[in-house]
Design a protein around this ligand. Structure first.
Ligand code: SF4
Ligand code: SF4
Length: 101
């Protein structure tokens, strides 16, 4: 979307993770975990958060390491995370929410 404003380009995701801060569980499509071969123990925190009914809240993803600000299981992340675009509106909104930029 073009808002008619020339926003500066964000160069890197380093030290950001703002998008992962508002995605309380890895956004898997049905069956995607199995297709990716995600081990059961990695899905346990996901199930716990869903059971706690927090999966619609803007909470950090259960797979995010808050210290490194990196995905703990990057190789197993959902397609939605792989497709998420730096500099997209949602990227900018996430960063703005986190007080970045
Ligand atoms: S919010 Fe944007 S810059 Fe930050 S990690 Fe996500 S895609 Fe990268
Ligand atoms: S990249 Fe990892 S930490 Fe970030 S939302 Fe996706 S699964 Fe969660």
């Amino acid at each position: 979307m073009n808002h008619g404003v020339n926003l500066p380009m964000i160069q890197s995701c380093n030290d950001c993770a703002a998008c992962c801060m508002r995605t309380p569980i890895p956004p898997f499509q049905p069956g995607e975990e199995a297709a990716l071969g995600v081990p059961e123990e990695l899905l346990l925190p996901v199930r716990q958060r869903v059971a706690a009914d927090q999966h619609f809240d803007l909470l950090p993803c259960v797979w995010l390491n808050p210290e490194t600000r990196l995905c703990r299981y990057y190789e197993l992340r959902p397609q939605a995370c792989r497709d998420f675009q730096i500099n997209s509106d949602l990227c900018r909104l996430s960063r703005w929410d986190e007080g970045l930029d």
